[in-house]
Write a protein that binds this ligand. Sequence first.
Ligand code: 4G3
Length: 221
Amino acid sequence: MKITILTLFPEMFTPLYGSIVGRAVKENKLQIEVVNIRDYTEDKHLKCDDYPFGGGAGMVMMAQPIGSAIEAVDPEHRARRIYLSPKGKTFRQDMVYALVECEHLVLLCGHYEGVDQRAIDLYIDEEISIGDYVLTGGELPAMVVADCVARYVDGVLSPESLVQESFSENLLEYPQYTRPVEYKGLTVPEVLRSGNHAEIDKWRRNQALKETQKKRPDLLK
Ligand code: 4G3
């Protein structure tokens, strides 16, 4: 799978090469291509944004550099082209399962007050928001989407952890403990040290249900 990120701030993506995503890239399980939109401007001063028609605060990213960048990275429109924006459909785990089936994802990061609508109308398949808040740019949302998708690329996570995750679908996680058995007077629940795996599974499922009922009752409806 290949993920192309289009941005005016390519240096913001260096952290992506650390950790688990970076390992997948090194092992050639995942390709990540970060492209500077500015490299595609036809403006002699390399300008990529301009004042909004109709007036108002802030700047709008121009359609031309974005259009040329997308035509360069996905000339035959084989990729799923996604724009990260506060107006998008709220990102959820079920969307990750669909996106991981795509051979090529193009993630467009907007800045300023957004992007000329014609770039979206002409080039974008889907608008995604990672949640109901506004950031200075779409870079952090693009990293969130790339990280979520990378976890499902073959060989990035162990099959066991993904199976575990699908079993506990739509429930919050049960509490986890590691050594020592006692820390500041708090002890690890006896059942987890019993070696009785049927009882352990039962306890965990019950904890997950209780946790969900308390913190996210909406998930049980
Ligand atoms: C477009 C995405 C982009 C219009 C982008 C601001 C939050 C999200 C931007 C606009 C973003 C999100 C850049 N902020 N919730 N900022 O996914 O007004």
